[in-house]
Each structure stands twice: as C-alpha cells, then as structure tokens.
Design a protein around this ligand. Structure first.
Ligand code: NAD
Length: 430
C-alpha cells in the first residue's frame, strides 16, 4: 500500500482520494478551500455523488484518509501526487494550466526523491513535459521525480462506480518502471490498463470526450431531421442501439451537451488542432451544432408561447447539466434559462440538487418542488432528465398549470399520454 497525496478535492480529486483510501492506500487530500476541508474532515460531502459519503466516512474512520489545507502540506510523505485541480477554458479556447502550474511550483521543493507527480486533471498534449519543465525550473531533480499522465474518465453522478469499476486505466509515461508503479496503485480495480507514452495518454482523454460530444451532436442532428420528415428519434435510437458497433449510450437527443468537461475539452482539442495546423472541421461542426441546439430549444419555447416570451410565466424543471449531479457548470439548462429571461419570460425553476446560490441569473426565482414550479404557468419547460419528472402525476400537474403546454427538451415525459389528456406537448425529434 502506498502513501498518496491528492491535490484538489473536487469531483475528481475527492473521488480519487476516497477510492484510493478504499483500496487500502494512505491518502492525504489537499484543497485551498479551508471551509471545504473542515467539512470534509467532519465527513460532510460538498458534492452530490452516490456512494461517496460512505467511502469518505470509511476512510476517515480507518485513518487512511484525511484532508488538509494547501498542497505543500499534503506532500512530505507522498510517493505519488495526483494533480486534480481545474483546467478551465482560457480566452483562446486552450486549456488554462495556471492552477496546475501554481500547484507544481508550490510542491516542487517538498517532493520526496523517488516520488511521482501524476497529471489526472485533463491536460493537453505536452503537459507531462510542461510539468517536468516547471519542476526542474523550481530546482527539483528530474532524475529523481517521475511525471506521468493518468487521465480520468469518471462521469459525475456515478463517479465512485466509474472509478472502482473503470472501463480502463490509462497511464502515459516515458519511464516503464514508473508506469508500472502508477498502474499498481489500481491493483484493486479490475480494468484493462493501457500503458503508453505521455502524448498518447493525453490525446486519449481529449479524443474520448470529443467522440462522445460528436455522438450527442450527431443524434441531435438526426432528431432535427426526424422532426422535418415525421420520424420518431426515440424509435430510431432504439433500432440503432442494438448494433454493438453503435451501442445505446449517448443516443438520447436533447438540448445539447454541457457540463464542466465536454465544452472546454472540445474547445481545447480544436485549439490543439489549430496550433498543429491540422484541420478538424468535423469537431468544429460538433461544437457549432451544439450551440445551435441550445438556441433551437429557445426558438421552440418562443414558438410554443405564441411567438413571444415577453411576460409569459414559465416553469422550468432542471438546472443541472444532466441528472444525478449538482453541477451547473456550462449547463445547457442555465444557458437556455438565461436566454428565456432575456426574452422577457418570468421564470420559476425547480432542481432537486442544484444549490440555491449555484445559478446567478437576475430575475430567476427558485421553487421547492416540481409542482410549485408549474403553478400558474403558461409554459412548462423540462431541461434536465431527473427521474422524478417522469413520475409526476399528470392530474396534479394539469391542476397546477394555467395552460397545458410543455416543452420537453429531454424526451422524458409520456408524450402520448399527455397529448391524450389535452396537453400541447413538444419534445425533441418526435
Ligand atoms: N468533473 C468531471 O466529471 C471530470 C471528469 C474527468 C476529468 N475531469 C478533469 O479533472 C480536473 C478537475 O475537475 P473537477 O470537476 O474535479 O474540478 P472541481 O472544480 O470540482 O475541483 C477542483 C478543486 O481543486 C481545488 N483547488 C484549486 N486550486 C488549488 C490549489 N492550488 N491547491 C489545492 N486545491 C486547489 C478547488 O478548490 C476545487 O475544490 C479538470 O481538469 C477536469 O477537466 C473532470
């Protein structure tokens, strides 16, 4: 079992720390947010992730997991240091590595000889070398400190399961012995391990996210075509998904992808392509098509409201970028609500997990339940596919609204049943 430091206790860092402690390692997780650290040491989990509270409690009680403020405090005993800090989108679309750089400069002098710095944050091709360069600028001996890329593929909402039952573990490192040591950290995870060079490991992460974004945008384009020709995209997806080369996942049409990864990672890959003077018009089409899909939902809402949203009471269901997370970063729902507000709609929104202060849109009112959001509205808009929306009682809903009119951008509601009960229902691609 190894001594591990994890820097950044967000979705990826906290999951990594709790899961590695569960696998038997001794883990110190650091964050700069002192309040978050204090709460974590009390076993309070700041994010919405199934199974994470149990693992954090297990780690704290066993003594294998603790949280500290500041990266350098976590380092002294560590054989492995996972970097899990943000890599947001910079102004030019490139990944902003300033958080990473700050941490590496902070920890360099504290690293033990023989330790390995592991890039788990999503970082563009060349970042393993960048981290090596910063370490040597700070006086760390590159012969004694290893650097590896170990991108993370977990999905928010199922992060613990995705970590412990990973589809694969990717380790990119020039030194085979270091790659083996990093791979061994995952000894309790039954997953194929892909050991490769750093550039390929870094590209695997971006290519995977860009491919998934492409799948979503492709299906949204098919949905739009279905609307034009009178086909039902749900039936089309079912018929396509049985083909093992296609599969069922990511075939659901919707308002476009969002979240803290796909938009920034597709933009960063596009930036990488431009810098390498390698054309990637397919990916540019995916990115452009995604924004058009968000805007298409706004146009649908306007049309349903009779041509103008000014002064229309709109109930909104869902603010997170997908169900089963509290994350609203780059959420299509938040973008669409912002556009509806700009057009003069009066909005009351309900989301079961988005924190009250998470969405800062002037004029937006929050409701405590789905039915409360629907009260007295002229249009109801479903923006996130939370399960509880599927099971809402249609009679209660009809009693709540002023006008029985729904835009279901996630195709989660029973279109046939609602139409039979006199609702004007519009979904996506059906
Ligand atoms: N969220 C996901 O689903 C997901 C999946 C795979 C990969 N990733 C990648 O993982 C990385 C982290 O993403 P996230 O969603 O976990 O971010 P996050 O914002 O949830 O967490 C980052 C944490 O790092 C902390 N931090 C920032 N600077 C610090 C410093 N100097 N020292 C210590 N802590 C510091 C922040 O306070 C925050 O708690 C990003 O590169 C992201 O692209 C994210």
């Amino acid at each position: 079992m190894s001594d591990v430091a994890v820097i950044g206790a967000g979705y990826v860092g906290l999951t990594t720390a709790a899961c590695l402690a569960h696998l038997g390692h001794r883990v110190v997780a650091a964050d700069i947010d002192a309040d978050r650290v204090e709460r974590l040491n009390r076993g309070e989990i700041p994010i919405h992730e199934d199974g994470l509270p149990e693992l954090v409690t297990e780690g704290l009680e066993s003594g294998r997991l603790r949280f500290v403020v500041g990266a350098s405090v976590a380092i002294p005993d560590a054989e492995f240091v996972f970097l899990c800090v943000p890599t947001p989108q910079g102004d030019d679309g490139a990944a902003d590595l300033s958080f990473v750089e700050r941490v590496v400069r902070e920890i360099a002098e504290h690293l033990r000889p023989g330790s390995v710095v592991i890039n788990k944050s999503t970082m563009p091709v060349g970042s393993t070398r960048t981290v090596q360069r910063i370490l040597s600028e700070e006086g760390a001996s590159i012969d004694e400190i290893g650097v590896a890329s170990n991108p993370e593929f977990l999905r928010e909402g199922t992060s613990v399961r995705d970590f412990l039952q990973a589809s694969r573990v990717v380790v990119g490192c020039d030194n085979p012995a270091t790659a083996v040591r990093v791979s061994e950290l995952y000894a309790g995870v039954r997953a194929p391990i892909v050991v490769t060079d750093p550039a390929s490991a870094e590209m695997i992460k971006y290519a995977s996210n860009a491919f998934l974004a492409t799948k979503i945008s492709f299906m949204n384009a098919v949905a739009n075509l279905c609307e034009a020709v009178g086909a039902d995209v749900n039936e089309v997806a079912l018929g396509m998904g049985y083909d093992p080369r296609i599969g069922f996942e990511f075939l659901q049409p919707g308002p476009g992808y969002g979240g803290s990864c796909f938009p920034k990672d597709t933009a960063a890959l596009m930036h990488t392509a431009r810098r390498a003077e390698a054309d990637f018009p397919l990916l540019q089409g995916v990115i452009d098509g995604n924004r058009e899909q968000h805007d298409r939902m706004v146009a649908k809402a306007r049309r349903l409201a009779g041509g103008s949203l000014a002064g229309v009471d709109v109930g909104v269901w869902g603010l997170t970028f997908k169900a089963n997370t509290d994350d609203v970063r780059d959420s299509p729902a938040v973008y669409i609500v912002g556009r509806l507000l700009e057009e003069g709609a009066i909005i009351r929104a309900y989301d079961p997990a988005a924190r009250p202060d998470a969405v800062d849109l002037p004029g937006l009112t929050r409701a405590d339940s789905a039915l409360e959001a629907a009260k007295g509205v002229g249009l109801l808009v479903v923006l996130t596919e939370w399960d509880e929306f599927r099971w809402i009682d249609h009679t209660d809903l009809a009693d709540a609204v002023l006008v029985k009119r729904i835009l279901d951008t996630r195709n989660v509601l029973d279109a046939v049943g609602l139409r039979r009960r006199g609702w004007e229902y519009e979904g996506v691609g059906r």
